[in-house]
Ligand binder design. Structure first.
Ligand SMILES: [Zn+2]
Length: 276
C-alpha cells in the first residue's frame, strides 16, 4: 500500500491501490500454451505477459473504473479461438448505415449493449494514460500528453459529474475480421484528422479512438457519445490500425521473437501487420 494523491477524485494523502493501466481481465485472454500477448507501447513492440501496474488511484476510484465500465466489458472481448460476445450482440440488429468499408450500428437501441459502460471504459483508459507515466522512462511525464482542460473534462465525466463536452468524441470500432486481432495496443497519439487531435488504443476486437477539438462530436458523427443512438462502427480494424499505426509505430523496436511470431500468425491467415 502506498499513500499519495489520487488523480481522479483529487483526494490528497490517501491510500493508493496497485492500479492496472490496461484492465487486468485482458491478460488471461492472451495466455495460451505458446502465445504470449503482444504489447504495443509507445516505443516498442514486445511480446510479454508482464502486467503494467502502479500505485495510482484510491480504492473508491478503482471502484468507479470497475463499476463504470470494466466489469461490463471484461466478458465481451474477442477470445482467441473462442467467442466474441460484443460482436455477436452488435450483429443481432440491422445496421443504421453502411458507407464504404464501415457499417454503423445504433448500439444504444440494442438491449445487449450498455453504451454508457462502453463509453466509460474507453474514456477511462485514455484518462489513465493522460494522468500517469505507467512504465514510461520518465516518471514525471504522463504516458500520453493531453491538454489539462481535456483531462479535466474526462475526469468530471468519469466521476459522473458532467457529460463529455462537444469537443470530445469517442469512436468505438468493432473488428469485422473473421479472426479478430489478438493484441493490446496501449493509448498513443495518432496523426490528426479533420483538424482534431486523435488518440487510439486497441483491446482484442475493439479499437477506441478519442477525437479532441472544436465540434469534435459534430465532425465525427459516428462517435458513440454524440447522439442518442450510441453509434458503434463495424469494420476491419486491422485496416484502421494500419492507417493510424503506420507512422507512429514505424520506428518502434521489434524483437526477433516477435517478428517470428507475427510471421507465423500471418501464415495462419491472421493479419497482424501494422504497415509496411
Ligand atoms: Zn480517488
Amino acid at each position: 500500500m502506498e499513500t499519495g494523491d489520487c488523480p481522479l477524485c483529487l483526494s490528497q494523502g490517501v491510500s493508493l491501490h496497485d492500479s492496472h493501466f490496461m484492465p487486468k481481465s485482458l491478460y488471461p485472454l492472451f495466455r495460451t500454451a505458446n502465445l504470449q500477448p503482444v504489447r504495443f507501447s509507445r516505443d516498442k513492440l514486445v511480446q510479454t505477459s508482464n502486467q503494467v501496474t502502479d500505485y495510482v488511484f484510491c480504492g473508491p476510484c478503482e471502484k468507479i473504473f470497475n463499476v463504470g465500465g470494466e466489469s461490463w466489458i471484461h466478458t465481451r472481448f474477442a477470445v482467441l479461438n473462442g467467442p466474441f460476445p460484443l460482436r455477436e450482440s452488435l450483429l443481432k440488429q440491422a445496421p443504421l448505415q453502411t458507407s464504404g468499408e464501415t457499417t454503423v450500428y445504433a448500439a444504444a437501441k440494442n438491449p445487449e449493449i450498455d453504451v454508457p459502460k462502453l463509453t466509460h471504459f474507453g474514456c477511462g483508459v485514455f484518462f489513465k494514460a493522460a494522468v500517469h507515466s505507467w512504465d514510461g522512462d520518465d516518471p514525471t511525464r504522463p504516458y500520453i500528453l493531453m491538454e489539462p482542460d481535456v483531462i479535466d473534462a474526462l475526469r468530471q465525466y468519469l466521476l459522473g459529474k458532467a457529460d463529455l463536452p462537444t469537443t470530445v468524441a469517442l469512436g468505438v470500432t468493432v473488428d469485422s475480421a473473421l479472426v479478430a486481432w489478438q493484441a493490446m495496443v496501449e493509448p498513443y497519439p495518432t496523426a490528426p484528422i479533420l483538424g482534431l487531435q486523435r488518440y487510439l488504443f486497441y483491446v482484442p476486437g475493439i479499437a477506441f479512438q478519442l477525437f479532441i477539438g472544436e465540434d469534435a462530436q459534430g465532425k465525427v458523427p459516428t462517435c458513440i457519445n454524440g447522439g442518442s443512438d450510441g453509434q458503434v462502427m463495424y469494420e476491419n480494424v486491422s485496416v484502421t490500425m494500419r492507417n493510424t499505426g503506420r507512422v507512429e509505430l514505424k520506428d518502434a523496436e521489434r524483437s526477433q521473437k516477435l517478428l517470428n511470431m507475427m510471421a507465423d500468425l500471418e501464415k495462419k491467415g491472421l493479419n497482424v501487420r501494422l504497415g509496411d
